[in-house]
Design a protein around this ligand. Structure first.
Ligand SMILES: NC(=O)c1ccc[n+]([C@@H]2O[C@H](COP(=O)([O-])OP(=O)(O)OC[C@H]3O[C@@H](n4cnc5c(N)ncnc54)[C@H](O)[C@@H]3O)[C@@H](O)[C@H]2O)c1
Length: 252
């Protein structure tokens, strides 16, 4: 594989499974020096073993709860202590809760804002001063749920992911003078530990995939390949963009 990310220091959040783990494996195969973290320790340690077995470079911290600004700051500082710089920040981690608006618990609203939006701001806020030193790349993970209404229950998730798309455009503008490119990936339905319980129900799975033009659920590698492209110089002229990776779900 061409090593487009050779010796680039890549901070990736939520590396304990799913898209975060796939990104770690892909970025490491492309030569990046990975710094990961996750609030769940076990999955993260498995990711480390997989990367090391593949000959990649990774250090991780766990458990790190990025919804706490102090822990987010400490993680970035520890990454800089190890490698001395930040070239790529991939904001992948998130956790959401779902309920119809009439019964949406206030606590679940606050949980989702904290774990889907606040953490993106905190990590980026603390990594920014390092990215401006030599320029770099930020990849934010939104969702088609931030662009279009989805299944009933998406009140908080749609709000946070719409906000992430807005943050990308703002930070692309503020980052351009420093040579920082910022883009969003908006996945559709992707198989992951986070979606496994939903996709296990055949009726719900069919409903979620009914509008897909490519008639399967996505896999984490569908996303990590796009992320590696965005992190590389092959995407040198792309900033402020929202790349939809959804099997054609919202095209019609
Ligand atoms: N899977 C899908 O269908 C889908 C669709 C659209 C968008 N997305 C987005 O893609 C990203 C990855 O999703 P996934 O499906 O791999 O999810 P996942 O739940 O399998 O993985 C997310 C990881 O983030 C970690 N995490 C959550 N909150 C954290 C916190 N506060 N601090 C540190 N780590 C935390 C989790 O422990 C988990 O390991 C998320 O931003 C998600 O919203 C997923």
């Amino acid at each position: 594989m061409t090593q487009r990310l050779k010796n680039k220091v890549a901070l990736i959040t939520g590396t304990g499974g799913g898209q975060g783990r796939a990104a770690v494996l892909r970025f490491a195969a492309e030569g990046a020096l990975i710094v990961g973290c996750d609030v769940k320790a076990d999955g993260n340690r498995e990711t480390v073993e997989l990367v090391k077995a593949a000959g990649g470079s990774i250090v991780t911290m766990e458990p790190v709860d990025l919804g706490d600004p102090e822990q987010a700051k400490k993680w970035v500082e520890e990454a800089v202590a190890v490698h001395g710089r930040v070239d790529i920040l991939y904001n992948n981690a998130s956790a959401a809760r779902f309920a119809p608006i009439e019964s949406f618990p206030i606590e679940d609203w606050q949980f989702t804002i904290r774990n889907e939006l606040d953490l993106v701001f905190y990590v980026t806020r603390f990594a920014w001063e390092h990215l401006v030193k030599q320029g770099g790349v930020i990849i934010n993970t939104a969702s088609v749920a931030g662009m279009k209404a989805g299944a009933v229950g998406g009140t908080a998730h749609g709000a946070t992911k719409g906000a992430v798309i807005a943050l990308t455009m703002q930070w692309a503008m503020e980052g351009a003078p420093h040579g920082i490119r910022v883009n969003t990936i908006s996945p559709g339905v992707v198989e992951s530990p986070g979606t496994a319980p939903l996709l296990a129900d055949p009726a719900f799975r069919s409903m979620l995939l009914a509008r897909n033009l490519i008639s399967r659920a996505g896999v984490p590698e569908d996303i990590s390949g796009v992320a590696a492209f965005l992190a590389s110089d092959d995407a040198a002229y792309i900033t402020g963009a929202n790349i939809v990776v959804d099997g054609g779900r919202i095209a019609w």
